[in-house]
Design a protein around this ligand. Sequence first.
Ligand SMILES: Nc1ncnc2c1ncn2[C@@H]1O[C@H](COP(=O)(O)OP(=O)(O)OP(=O)(O)O)[C@@H](O)[C@H]1O
Length: 347
Amino acid sequence: MKNAKADRPLLEIRNLAKQFDLDQGFLETLKFKQGKIVRETRSVHAVNNVSLEVGRGEALCVVGESGCGKSTVARLVAGLLTPTAGEIHYDGQRIDNLSRSGMQPLRKKIQMIFQNPYASLNPRMTIRQALEEPVRHHFPAASAAEVRDKVTEVMLSVGVDPSWAKRYPHEFSGGQRQRIAIARALTVDPEFIIADEPISALDVSIQAQVLNLMLEAKESRGLTYLFITHDLSVVEHFGTRVAVLYLGSVCEVADTATLFSNPKHPYTRALLSAVPQLKDDRPNHIRLKGEIPTPINLPQGCPFQSRCAFADARCKSEQPKAIHQPDGSLVACHAVQEDRLDAVAAG
Ligand SMILES: Nc1ncnc2c1ncn2[C@@H]1O[C@H](COP(=O)(O)OP(=O)(O)OP(=O)(O)O)[C@@H](O)[C@H]1O
């Protein structure tokens, strides 16, 4: 018999959208249109119609340039923001419309790790206090000795000496602080970790250590990750699947190996081309020109058309749908679907 729980994705995001209303003064919102004064508030379209799935034990990396909506997706899934439209389902349960108390049981299962570990560490608490607090909250029946043992076990597993537990966050280096923030997330035995650029604020020499620590935790604790990063080398090392975002929309989703060996969307190709290499003799090198447009006035048609060498009239008027490719990847691009990338590149 099929096991429906094991078969369904742990996280399902369906047609998710988030708009932020711009903070404008009353006079700024008044516009003169067709002989009348009308009131128009402007919004940032941070996330537009995003659908993604994360299976149990996967690490889905979300990549894209600054401002493309990566952190907003993470914060929506964590319940820190309310979507403007769409649905988020966790383990078969719709979670985007839950009340604070409805969300409570999920706070233990879903933990978040931020770029800045100070965001999750209270500077006035010792490390032991900071790590014991979530254990006491989520396991109210645990004895003082059980709480202490749990914290010691987790500290050892992230490579922080438990004898340092009396110290305060400012007494640690950035890398150690991020290890402690990871420990804090792990103390409650979560299933799903949302990591928003967890290593980008660290020294390069420390980044690989923290990334490996997160990989070890994934294997030893059976964790699932939604991992936000702008760094493709991190994706290659960490991700089992990758979702490429551009201007709040998904361009391409693929297995990591497929995406790196056979990127299809022109934006994914350009992103991979932008990774510096010592000897750059890559064929079909695509340079990304210009800046990502403002998400206040989204272009009609494909979000990427203003920077795309393959854009034609259809791309300028009609937004492409994400379509499954023979190798299992999902690509939202008219040029890919019409099989005209290579023809244009050759011409
Ligand atoms: N609270 C907010 N109010 C208004 N606009 C916002 C808010 N949060 C995010 N935005 C805007 O939404 C868009 C997406 O932001 P987001 O932080 O999700 O992008 P990102 O891809 O994570 O960028 P970065 O890599 O620089 O963190 C940006 O244009 C950003 O300015």
